[in-house]
Write a protein that binds this ligand. Structure first.
Ligand code: PGA
Length: 256
């Protein structure tokens, strides 16, 4: 099965309102050249979703929330619900990013509730997984990511899985300039795909997109994208500049 590649720009807690609009403008300018050969998503900070949606109108850029509540509505101070994201022009939510798992203590249980709620409301989900340096050095990478996969997809049906993309992001590679080599990354991606096959079915395993994330740059994107089971990239730092983000998107679009 050919999987449409996907590149996501996770802006984290960067930019201001005019920076967000300018960045969308820069990415929009490069979209026609990509000729729909890659899905392009951006994840602006919540306060800039509305103006980002306006700026992205008609460009083909897909908008996502950097997180989503596990509750549909209610007394959840500071949280943003899936219906609010939809209302703000989002089609997808990023869930389980390591800065939330490790920085804010989100467990698989919490992540799974967010995944289920987002899917039930009609959003797509990009579900992030990844091991810490300590876990990698202890030889526990596979055990950790498979544990996260199964815990984070608790209660997700095979039908809903069609709206899930995975992002393998080794924690030690995020924002550090270190990156898993293509072979190292490919090995984990293939393991994740087999696990989806074992848990769901062959069709789901062959259609699910597995992005790589962690210091992806224009200089390393092509080698990563050439790997059989790497279907795109989740990009932090290099997504804050239109040209470098577009370069990565071009590398993903050229993926055979
Ligand atoms: P980075 O971030 O590209 O800056 O390493 C990736 C991410 O956190 O998604």
């Amino acid at each position: 099965m050919t999987r449409q590649p996907l590149v996501g720009g996770n802006w984290k807690m960067h930019l201001d309102a005019s920076g967000a609009v300018d960045l969308i403008g820069g990415i929009s300018a490069g979209m026609p050249e990509l000729a729909a050969g890659v899905d392009v998503m951006v994840f602006p900070p919540f306060p800039y979703l509305g103006l980002s949606a306006e700026a992205a109108l008609g460009s083909g850029i897909l908008l996502g929330g950097q997180d989503v509540s596990g509750e549909l509505e209610g007394a959840c101070t500071g949280q943003v619900s899936a219906p609010m994201l939809l209302d703000s022009g989002c089609v997808v939510a990023l869930v389980g990013h390591s800065e939330r798992r490790h920085g804010l203590g989100e467990t698989d249980f919490v992540v799974a509730a967010k995944v289920r709620t987002a899917l039930a409301a009609g959003l797509r989900v990009v579900l992030c997984l990844g091991e810490t340096l300590e876990q990698r050095e202890a030889g526990a990478t596979v055990e950790v990511v498979l544990g996260q996969l199964s815990g984070s997809l608790e209660g997700v049906s095979v039908e809903d899985l069609d709206r899930v993309d995975l992002a393998y992001e080794p924690v030690w590679a995020i924002g550090t300039g270190l990156t898993a080599g293509p072979d190292e990354a490919q090995e984990v991606h293939a393991t994740l795909r087999s696990a989806v096959n074992a848990r769901y079915d062959d069709r789901s395993a062959s259609r699910i997109r597995i992005l790589y994330g962690g210091s992806v740059k224009p200089s390393n994107a092509a080698d990563l994208m050439a790997c059989e089971d790497i279907d795109g990239a989740l990009v932090g730092g290099a997504s804050l500049e239109a040209e470098s983000f577009l370069d990565i998107a071009r590398a993903a679009a050229r993926r055979e």
